[in-house]
Ligand binder design. Sequence first.
Ligand SMILES: Nc1ncnc2c1ncn2[C@@H]1O[C@H](COP(=O)(O)OP(=O)(O)O)[C@@H](O)[C@H]1O
Ligand SMILES: O=C(CO)[C@H](O)[C@H](O)COP(=O)(O)O
Length: 552
Amino acid sequence: MHIRLHKVKNNKGKGTMMSGGDQEPGHYYVGIDVGTGSVRAALVDQRGILLAFAERPIKKWEPQFNHHEQSSEDIWAACCHVTKKIVQGIDVHRIRGLGFDATCSLVVLDKQFHPLPVNHEGDSYRNIIMWLDHRAVSQVHRINKTKHDVLQYVGGVMSVEMQAPKLLWLKENLRETCWDKAGHFFDLPDFLSWKATGVTARSLCSLVCKWTYSAEKGWDDSFWKMIGLEDLIGDNYSKIGNLVLPPGTSLGSGLTPEAAKELGLPPGIAVAASLIDAHAGGLGVIGADVRGYGLVCEEQPVTSRLAVICGTSSCHMGISKDPIFVPGVWGPYFSAMVPGFWLNEGGQSVTGKLIDHMVQSHAAFPELQAKATARCQSIYAYLNSHLDLIKKAQPVGFLTVDLHVWPDFHGNRSPLADLTLKGMVTGLTLSQGLDDLAILYLATVQAIAFGTRFIIEAMQTAGHSLSTLFLCGGLSKNPLFVQMHADITGMPVVLSQEVESVLVGAAVLGACASGDFTSVQMELLLFYETFSLKDGGNGENEQSGESCVPKT
Ligand SMILES: Nc1ncnc2c1ncn2[C@@H]1O[C@H](COP(=O)(O)OP(=O)(O)O)[C@@H](O)[C@H]1O
Ligand SMILES: O=C(CO)[C@H](O)[C@H](O)COP(=O)(O)O
């Protein structure tokens, strides 16, 4: 089934979106987004328009299978590098606020805030257990066996990617070198706001979604005792957070002089309590004004929209007025993304990474690279046009009638919530050529889109009423990926003209912290009043991610 794609266009000609409309013109906000593969920063103005963008890759280590590590020093250095780039040539005194979002990796520091090793080698530079790390399998099985009440709020089954199993792994495996010396365990978004302000407050978003904290009841002592981490309760949970603030709240006295110097920003500007990356992306797209394009969601409440943030992994964010419990889908979490709404979060553990893996490990990859380079195209732009060549008169989807991929190479996050699942390919032949690679790539993209459909079906069965997808993240720049999601789910897909929607979400946090915006939710809706829709055709020409602003 082919559904035409729609594209949200940022209409610069319309008025500003400042609340009350009486603010000084020319205020800027900085958003910093730390993904699994890179750090991105953006300078955003008060109309939500992205004025400058910079990106820098970050280091990753895989010392053994399923152990994935990073360095908080490396990530902070990358944050400083990209921020200095985006403010080059502008009057930095117009910058009013800074917001961070990041993937939910676990950062470990000692009592003096120095990095501690999360590895058997004792390398303290590698002090982050990455979000996609699956080392804590035995620990998460034992946690799930407790059937503790907190598990109800993560779809009934805790994921190995969440923080409790990783903490238990550290206690059981690195007692002397890490656990006993640890003073602070941060979710990466909270580490970043601490680094900028010196304030150890945690974001409600991180603690509720990944650490079993309840917005109503706080920490549950019985859970930590039951899983063998009773030592975290001491000193009023100071190691994992006892001051918990809603995203967008201004922290302390703002940017410290030291952090200001490192980032190239003025000291004292407001810094916000942060958001998880998927949640920043969800906020960045879910309120889009789609009036005038005949989309079914135009007449429906915002709860009919599913934001899908597709990067190294994919997250499926749906909101509701009342709590909905979906087996295998995280949440319901109150106010964790849009204030006043419950959030359910489905997800696929590795999607972009799976596509990269399938393509890069194929025998024809060197040939693909050489041909794409010769045409000055990305490998994905090349593959998409190659599929168009070989499909002849057929719709491209028909190329995979004999080839099928089961995409759970890194387990299934939702809705099966089974980390033991593995990937599968059926229909292989002896062919190793470029056609074969292109078709395998297509089958992988289709399998991921079927995974999204599977998640949507589980959410609908439990009571969500979803009609329209809003995509963002690196994979949303791939028109084949977007088109397959439209075809396979049977739902229209809305893309923002501003391809860096996650960063807009982060910058909105900074705007809220500065006091220029009254609330994350209010201001996002206002942001989208300055947007209008444009028919984006079938997405065939959008490979480069059309952008309306100069990028550095
Ligand atoms: N223009 C593009 N075309 C196709 N795929 C893309 C494009 N840009 C990024 N990607 C894919 O998106 C994924 C990374 O998305 P990103 O949002 O940057 O991830 P993360 O936030 O995890 O660092 C990678 O798998 C990459 O191959
Ligand atoms: O938000 C998250 C889960 O809630 C994770 O941070 C997200 O899935 C990781 O994204 P990526 O690997 O694409 O950076």
